[in-house]
Ligand binder design. Structure first.
Ligand SMILES: *[C@@H]1O[C@H](CO)[C@@H](O)[C@H](O)[C@H]1NC(C)=O
Length: 278
């Protein structure tokens, strides 16, 4: 996955198994700690993964020995992973959270989905919002005024600290945080995540991370950096959700982009009061 090289940090965390498990999820805010939004595609098998802190100078990323693959699959079934998603109460964050959680539940219900455990939206705006009944949510305080030094996403690690301090940590969070602090090595999958429009195929990946604009001519040519005749850019919808039934891309546009738009459409078609942007 070349996309990893383009981004300083990526999303994390999920596992699926069974060749029939084709998933997608769109995430907001953070998956563990990240600053962007995801769709997830679950396929195949694998352990729970996330980027590891560099720790004590050893390479935190090592290849997974083939002999461990089966064992990791068994462990994932016994210990489902927990997804934590940091979020604000802004419209931009809310619609993406809704789409992500819609797909999380959809994929969790499929065979093999038992590896997908709890889900917590860590809402760092200090007060409940309209999604409390729809998405399991833990409300934390925003970073105190001035403490972000202009870097607003500092709210996200602060949200995690509060959640962990109060939180019952049932699944693998405690491990993830402790291992990052103590330099434990991790096995990461290169094929974990794709980023449209640069990664074009789904193949056996788990997550579609959408942050880049997707701009194409009507001939299906990428016009990245120039507004396309057809486009999907999440930043066009920073104060409201995208309309239901977004126009699908023209022929020739890669399957990663087509899948992303179809997934947003599937969620918006099924979620109540979508246009109100609750
Ligand atoms: C979605 O839009 C297309 C035209 O772009 C239309 O043919 C289709 O019927 C619409 N679907 C729904 C569910 O509204």
């Amino acid at each position: 996955m070349n996309a990893a090289a383009r981004k300083p940090w990526g999303g994390a965390g999920g596992t699926g198994r069974g060749p029939a498990l084709v998933l997608a999820l769109v995430a907001a805010g953070a998956f563990l700690i990240s600053y962007n939004f995801f769709a997830m595609v679950f396929r195949g098998s694998g352990p729970v993964l996330w980027p590891a802190a560099a720790g004590n100078g050893r390479d935190p990323v090592v290849a997974m020995p083939a002999s461990l693959r089966t064992a990791a699959g068994d462990a994932a079934r016994r210990r489902p992973f927990h997804v934590a998603l940091t979020a604000t109460d802004a419209a931009y964050s809310r619609w993406q959270c809704r789409v992500m959680y819609f797909w999380y539940k959809r994929m969790q219900a499929r065979p093999g989905g038992e590896a997908m455990g709890g889900f917590t939206r860590v809402l760092h705006s200090g007060k409940p919002d309209g999604l409390m009944d729809e998405i399991p949510t833990f409300v934390v305080d925003p970073l105190p005024a001035g403490k972000d030094h202009g870097y607003v996403v500092l709210n996200r690690p602060w949200a995690f600290v509060q959640w962990l301090q109060k939180a019952k940590i049932k699944e693998e969070y405690g491990y993830a945080v402790a291992s990052a602090l103590h330099g434990v090595q991790h096995i990461l999958r290169k094929d974990f995540m794709i980023q449209p429009p640069f990664d074009t195929k789904l193949q056996n990946t788990f997550i579609i991370h959408f942050t880049y604009g997707n701009d194409y001519s009507l001939k299906g040519e990428l016009t990245y950096g120039k507004i396309g005749e057809w486009r999907f850019d999440k930043r066009s919808y920073d104060d409201r959700p995208p309309p239901r039934n977004l126009t699908l891309p023209p022929p020739g546009v890669p399957e990663s982009v087509v899948t992303l738009v179809k997934m947003v459409n599937e969620a918006s078609a099924n979620l109540p009061r979508w246009d109100e942007g609750i």
